[in-house]
Design a protein around this ligand. Structure first.
Ligand code: UDP
Length: 332
């Protein structure tokens, strides 16, 4: 039995589906602070299996411990966490408290109950301004916001826990830019308020919810001057978690989950327009503080060690993201 914290969230729910489809039994723990219980219903509908779900906040150690007491857990995949970069700058205490305490609680209980496998949602942001392609052995550099720091700190905490508890099997997965949605169109990214991330912004411009996209800078040293990112389809990312879980062994194992390909903001907009036959009005505005020109992965380690490789294209990502947005709109 695998405990999936944040299993109703964007990446958590897609991973929950992959886990169940590949024969794992799971329990979800989620406080639904940035997700909806209906998403778990969709996970059950898609997989045809029922999934036990506990509405708890993972920073509540007693509530979390009851799950460890009542289930024979084999491992934990820990997604639950706050992730809005801008909000983390405004309210760093909220971010440090939530993201660090939740990770500590889980690790503590894993050690206490001898649950050896721990897969942690990290982020490419921990590379700071190292030059791309980014490799797992690079030294971590300061990030530009508290959200990024919580990811780097949790990685360090888990390293120390591994030294003290060498029987633990820890996977740190550094995500690049997850986009797209489940091919059913039933689950995807549905941020509260105005989206911060590029793809949800584009889909909301496409649906008419937002008027036009602001592109943050076109004077970067990149192919067309706009920022370059490594966009990865969320279903590929989900499968990467299952591969990481299934290949775990003692110690800490770090893997980039990306495609290894850089795509510029403008290239993504053009691909979206072409594949969905919709025009995305945009204007070029100032650079966004803290943004890097380029961020993309070296994915050879994940391929070599996990036998995993992203398969979906930018076109798949654009089509599935739009398909989900249309479904969402039609239900409103
Ligand atoms: N971006 C943009 N307009 C937006 C949102 C994002 O031009 O409304 C750009 C951003 O500057 C970066 C890329 O899109 O180059 C990806 O940004 P996102 O926030 O999605 O992810 P990040 O790479 O910052 O984690």
């Amino acid at each position: 039995m695998i405990l999936v914290t944040g299993g109703a969230g964007y990446i958590g729910s897609h991973t929950a589906i992959s886990l169940v489809e590949l024969g794992h039994s799971i329990i979800i723990a989620d406080d639904f602070s940035n997700s909806k219980p209906e998403t778990v219903e969709v996970v059950q509908k898609i997989t045809g299996k029922s999934v036990a779900t506990h509405r708890i906040d993972v920073t509540d150690r007693d509530a979390l411990e009851r799950i460890f007491q009542n289930h024979q857990l084999e491992g934990v995949i820990h997604f639950a966490g706050y992730k809005a970069v801008g909000e983390s700058v405004i309210d760093p205490i909220k971010y440090y408290k939530n993201n660090i305490i939740s990770t500590l609680n889980i690790a503590d209980l894993c050690v206490k109950y001898n649950v050896l496998k721990f897969v942690f949602s990290s982020s490419a942001t921990v590379y700071g301004d190292n030059a791309s392609p980014l490799t797992e052995n690079m030294m971590l550099l300061p990030t530009t916001n508290p959200y990024g720091e919580t990811k780097a700190m949790c990685e360090r905490i888990l390293h120390d826990i591994s030294i003290a508890n060498p029987q633990m099997q820890i996977s740190l997965l550094r995500y690049f830019n997850p986009v797209g949605a489940h091919e059913s169109g039933l689950i995807g990214e549905n941020p509260n308020g105005i989206p911060n991330n590029l793809m949800p912004y584009i889909t909301q411009v496409a649906s008419g919810t937002l008027k036009k996209l602001s592109i943050f800078g076109n004077d970067y040293p990149t192919i067309d001057g706009t920022g370059v990112r490594d966009f990865i389809h969320v279903e590929d990312l989900a499968k990467g978690h299952v591969a990481a879980l299934e290949h775990l062994s003692e110690g800490v194992h770090i893997h980039n989950l990306g495609t290894g390909k850089g795509t510029s903001v403008l290239q993504l907009v053009k691909a979206f327009e072409k594949v969905n036959q919709i025009e995305i009005p945009y204007e070029i505005v100032e650079r966004r503080p803290g943004d890097l020109a380029k961020c993309y992965a070296d994915v050879s380690k994940a391929e070599r060690e996990l036998g995993w490789k992203a398969e979906k294209t930018i076109e798949d990502m654009c089509r599935d993201a739009w398909n989900f947005e249309k479904n969402l709109k039609s239900k409103m």
